[in-house]
Ligand binder design. Structure first.
Ligand code: PLP
Length: 403
């Protein structure tokens, strides 16, 4: 008998499993609102034209090679990524207290970051994630060798807004040195972000309690359509001069999902140890996957480093954010028009790619079984998965599910 024969099957991933079910559904009416990827007004995947152009130029350039990158990735890409999230004039650069490495998208940034925490802070470090959060956070924390993540109150199901008092209370009780995972903007899955004033309160508890923020930025530019506005929270915390980690992903904002393009930045409260920090991040990466992939980082660096292409990218981001906001209006409009009971204002008030509809797990099941509309069991729908053609169908199905 095989030594592998008794290995139990892992439970399917809540989000990725949904896509498999969707693909095998033969219904012509099926709608996928589970996927966290942008779709065009025709429901198609989107390659940003500026990305396509850079890819073509790279392919035609005889100096393009497939040589290895160093463990920490493409230097220009790292510098440009750090500037994008921290701001070109960040005090962290002036004080030389930040280190950036390329990462395998946002997930990889978290994975390397938490491994670094487990190895060099303490393997017992407590990690606090919002309740609810992106479902993969808890997996990454444990796989990185840390104890299971604890949750802090984040969302008020009654008001549909951030439960700021609960959040502050739970973080006040967290032991000094704990890591606090914060979604920089466009909180997934709730679409509810703290206001600037609420961020100030969070910063205050973090500072007073000696907590270490780990900012997860998967949607910079997608929440408001502005790269600057969406980086406000991270920059505010960096300005406060505290120790923190910052993860970045170009999956959504450049549409580079499968190319795995991201970065991890370690910001120290005082400079002086950058070389040691970088050397240890490189050592972690060396043992995990040696070095990151090159293609996507070359594409991102070309766009980030060229004023004209950067401006074009910003315009594309605004358009994508606008289409999502437009779908929010249309869905809410259709629910009001068809007389679905309840208040649906939260659909337009929420931010980012997702709407946390408030549908129960049973209602989500009905939508799937009767209407072939797929969403995660917590009632989260991807607004980018809606089109003019499907929005009324979805609203009518929601009415049936709710009444
Ligand atoms: N963090 C959050 C909050 C996310 O929503 C996502 C993607 O859905 C990620 C991280 C990681 O995505 P990726 O690894 O594709 O960059």
């Amino acid at each position: 008998s095989s030594i592998f024969g008794t290995i139990p099957e892992a439970p399917p991933d809540a989000i990725l499993g949904l896509n498999t079910q969707y693909r095998s559904d033969p219904s012509p009416n099926k709608v996928n609102l589970g996927v966290g990827a942008y779709r065009t007004a025709d429901g198609q995947p989107y390659v940003l034209p500026v990305v396509r152009r850079v890819e073509q130029a790279l392919a035609d350039d005889p100096s393009t090679t497939h040589e290895y990158l160093p463990q920490d990735g493409l230097k220009e890409f790292c510098n440009l990524s750090a500037s994008l999230i921290l701001g070109a004039h960040s005090p962290a650069f002036a004080d030389r207290r930040s280190v950036t490495v390329q990462a395998l998208s946002g997930t990889g940034a978290l994975r390397v970051g938490f491994t670094f925490v487990a190895r060099f802070l303490s393997p017992q470090t407590a990690v606090y994630i919002p309740k609810p959060s992106w479902s993969n956070h808890k997996n990454v924390v444990v796989q990185s060798g840390l104890p299971p993540a604890k949750e802090y109150r984040y969302f008020d199901y009654g008001t549909g807004a951030v439960d700021i008092n609960g959040m502050v209370e739970d973080l006040t009780a967290a032991p000094a040195g704990s890591i606090v995972v914060l979604h920089g903007c466009a909180h997934n899955p709730t679409g509810a972000d703290p206001s600037h004033e609420q961020w100030e309160r969070v910063l205050q508890v973090v500072q007073e309690g000696g907590l270490v923020p780990f900012f997860d930025n998967a949607y910079q530019g997608f929440a408001s359509g502005s790269l600057e506005e969406d980086a406000w929270s991270v920059r505010r915390f960096v300005d406060a001069g505290i120790d923190m980690l910052v993860g970045q992903s170009y999956a959504k904002n450049m549409g580079l999902y499968g190319e795995r393009v991201g970065a991890l930045t370690v910001v120290s409260s005082e400079g002086g140890n950058n070389e040691a920090i970088l050397s240890q991040l490189k050592a972690i990466i060396r043992a995990m996957y040696s070095n990151p992939p090159k293609h996507g980082a070359m594409v991102a660096a070309a766009i980030l480093g060229h004023a004209g292409m950067f401006a074009e990218w910003e315009e594309e981001l605004r358009k994508m954010a606008d289409r999502i906001r437009d779908m929010r209006q249309k869905l809410r409009g259709a629910l009001v028009k068809n007389g679905t009971p309840g208040n649906w204002d939260h659909i337009v008030n929420q931010i980012g790619m997702f709407s946390f509809t408030g549908l129960t797990a049973a209602q989500v099941e009905l939508m799937k079984n009767k209407y072939h509309i797929y969403m995660t069991s917590n009632g989260r729908i991807s607004m980018a998965g809606l089109t003019e053609d499907t929005v009324e169908y979805v609203a009518d199905a929601m009415k049936d599910a709710v009444v």
